[in-house]
Design a protein around this ligand. Structure first.
Ligand code: ADP
Ligand code: MG
Length: 634
């Protein structure tokens, strides 16, 4: 029979698995056992909902067997098994969502990340030169055999197997120089690995281990005492403790253990930034073990990402991804929730209306928020790391659903403080406000570093007030939804009244407006439709010009809609306002030209407008024409 080929991505991963010096070869056993356990979970769930099932919960087991003579290790389970089609689909094709990101990661030779992509089964090839999978699906009459020696491909043919479930048989590689494989043919070594990585697996893992003891031989010695021999016998033993980690106390399973569990179960190669333990009694009794990851999974910001917590009822998995417990904005949280009160055949629809679950969900949401606040205060570096990955999620959460979760999230979001040169929360900003400051000032800017040089920020900073740099397009939307924080209004320093003027300054400014009325009208006429207004600036100190907007549509909003697919952005345009600084040289040139040479004055106005556009990061509509204009004036 012709060999079938692995799909391209699978090939690359296999290649890498086999050829890279993977420091954790030993994890293959954990991967196979975890698959066996998943398979039993699936079957146990299935038979729960079947009334006339012949399968008893107590029959489930995983076996790890060594055959030194044949050079094989076998991991068996009596779980749900696989049909030929399932073998083809599940074992012939890895990294189902093989996205670009995924390939990028692989190119980075980031070996540690491998587990993230559901390539667990393939880790077998790190220690085996051939792998045989014999599986009989629950309810099927026949079994199938999948066989592969690695990159060359695999075959699937019919076979025989007593009972349903799966045997994964690894033929262990020969030792090669410093690369030792024979250790994996030692029962004691495998037992160690089970204890290290798979202790919490909920199903019994059986091994045949040596047990030695003194035994009476039946004869008597010289003194007439019964004779004893030290004999070693092979006994079948359950080698894991089977207590799920979330049922253990902090003493039995410290944070380090929980982090290991997280990495293993949720396929992350980085420690989570937080471990959250919840143990509740009362109306609903439950335990939860939640994690806040440090980094977003590669598909987090795509449609492929499936959020949700695992639900257990007394240790039985009842739902793999329950997305309804935590609000969408907390969908980065991973973890498990276990309660004897959860109904076994709970479904999505039931869930949304279940008041007990609602209570659990709202309590967990509070716990997550509290933990994030703690992290922000007590471990700011960790929070910063978390925020780098998920900050945008939180900000989107504020805006989403007309601000439904804004209250929950407003204390968790941070912005770049121009004064302090780092991220600060709104509470921190308000706390640092000097006497007399009444607003929260912000400026939109390409980059945080850029913000402190922007002319718009100048007068506020000069006053000793901090300015938040909004570098993400979502930021302005956040303030639109929140409107205020701690009764302090947000103020866009570019477009809004800064509220910094004294009565005297205001009078002075009004006098100026009157004085330059004609010039301003002339400039406005010159620019025509391009601007909504031209004004004598009350903000500028060092710069000659400033381009701002008036109304609700800022440059950021305009950009946001422009970049949206389709016609959504049509007609959405910010109303531009050109501000002129009367103390600048450019303005003096304009003023004198206005008196003597109107044509030249018009050109100066156009150049001032063009420069203002550039400073605001806006493109010039006709760059060639504009450059010719500037050059003609030199
Ligand atoms: P993951 O466990 O993350 O899905 P794996 O590479 O470990 O990825 O396994 C791939 C798939 O192969 C599993 O999702 C499962 O469908 C199937 N599989 C692997 N081992 C078994 C098994 N012992 N019994 C039944 N199905 C299995
Ligand atoms: Mg797996």
């Amino acid at each position: 029979m012709a060999k079938r080929q692995f799909k391209t991505e699978s090939k690359r991963i296999l290649d890498m698995m086999v050829n890279s010096i993977y420091t954790h070869k030993e994890i293959f056993l954990r991967e196979l056992i975890s698959n066996a356990s998943d398979a039993i979970d699936k079957l146990s769930y299935k038979v729960l909902t079947e009334s006339d099932s012949k399968v008893g919960k107590d029959d489930f087991r995983i076996d790890v067997k060594v055959d030194r003579g044949a050079g094989t290790v076998t991991v068996s389970d009596n779980g749900i098994g696989m049909t030929a089609e399932e073998m083809e689909k599940n074992l012939g094709y890895i990294a189902h969502s093989g996205t670009l990101e995924f390939k990028k990661e692989i190119d980075d030779k980031d070996n540690e990340s491998i587990g993230q992509f559901g390539v667990g089964f393939y880790s077998a090839f790190m220690v085996a030169d051939s792998v045989r999978v014999v599986s009989r699906a629950y309810g099927a009459e026949t079994a199938n055999v999948w066989e592969s020696e690695g990159v060359d491909g695999y075959t699937i043919k019919e076979g025989r197997k007593d009972g349903f479930g799966t045997d994964v048989i690894l033929h262990i590689k020969d030792d090669k120089g410093s690369e030792e494989y024979s250790e994996f043919l030692e029962t004691e070594r495998l037992r160690e690995l089970v204890e290290k990585y798979s202790d919490y697996i909920r199903w019994p893992i059986h091994m045949t281990v040596d047990e030695s003891e003194w035994k009476e031989t039946g004869e008597k010695d010289e003194k007439g005492e019964p004779k004893k021999d030290y004999v070693t016998t092979k006994v079948d033993k359950v080698v894991n403790s089977m207590v799920p980690i979330w049922k253990k106390s902090k003493k039995e399973a410290d944070d380090e253990k929980c982090r290991e569990f997280y990495k293993d179960k949720f396929r992350d190669y980085e420690d989570p930034v937080s471990v959250i333990r919840v143990s509740a009694e009362g109306n609903v009794t439950y335990k939860a073990l939640l994690f806040v990851p440090a980094k977003a999974p590669y598909d987090f910001y795509t449609r492929d990402f499936q959020p949700g917590l695992q639900l257990y009822s007394n240790g039985v998995l009842i739902m793999d991804k329950c997305a309804d417990l935590l609000p969408y904005c907390f969908r980065f949280v991973r973890g498990v929730v276990d309660s004897p009160d959860f109904s076994l055949n709970i479904s999505r629809e039931v869930l949304q209306h279940d008041s007990q679950l609602k209570a659990v969900g709202s309590n967990l949401t509070k716990k997550v928020k509290k933990e994030l606040e703690r992290l922000m205060k007590e471990e700011p570096e960790k929070y910063a790391r978390f925020y780098e990955s998920f900050g945008r999620q939180l900000k989107y959460g504020v805006v989403d659903q007309y601000g439904r979760d804004a209250d929950l999230l407003k204390d968790l979001i941070t912005f770049h403080s121009v004064k302090q040169g780092k991220q600060v929360s709104l509470a921190q900003y308000v706390e640092d406000m000097p006497e007399g400051q009444t607003k929260i000032y912000y400026v939109t800017s390409e980059t945080a570093a850029h913000a402190k040089d922007l002319p718009q920020a100048e007068p506020v900073l000069a006053k000793g007030y901090d300015v938040l740099a909004f570098t993400d397009e979502i930021d302005t939307f956040v303030t639109n939804v929140l409107r205020e924080f701690d009764k302090k209004e947000f103020c866009n320093v570019t477009t809004e009244d800064l509220g910094l003027e004294s009565e005297e300054e205001r009078k002075e400014a009004e006098k100026k407006d009157e004085e330059y009325k004609d010039l301003v009208a002339f400039a406005k006429e010159t620019l025509g439709e391009e601007v909504a207004d031209v004004r004598i600036s009350r903000k500028l100190r060092n710069h000659a010009v400033l381009l701002t907007t008036q109304g609700n549509i800022t440059f950021e909003v305009e950009k946001y809609f422009r970049e949206m697919p389709g016609q959504a952005g049509d007609g959405i345009k910010a109303a531009r306002v050109l501000e002129l600084n009367t103390d600048s040289g450019a303005f003096r040139s304009l003023e004198s030209a206005f008196r003597t040479d109107k044509e030249r004055a018009g050109k100066i106005v156009r150049v001032m407008y063009g420069q203002a556009c550039l400073m605001a990061g806006q493109s010039i509509e006709n760059p060639v024409e504009y450059s010719d204009l500037v050059l003609s004036m030199l």
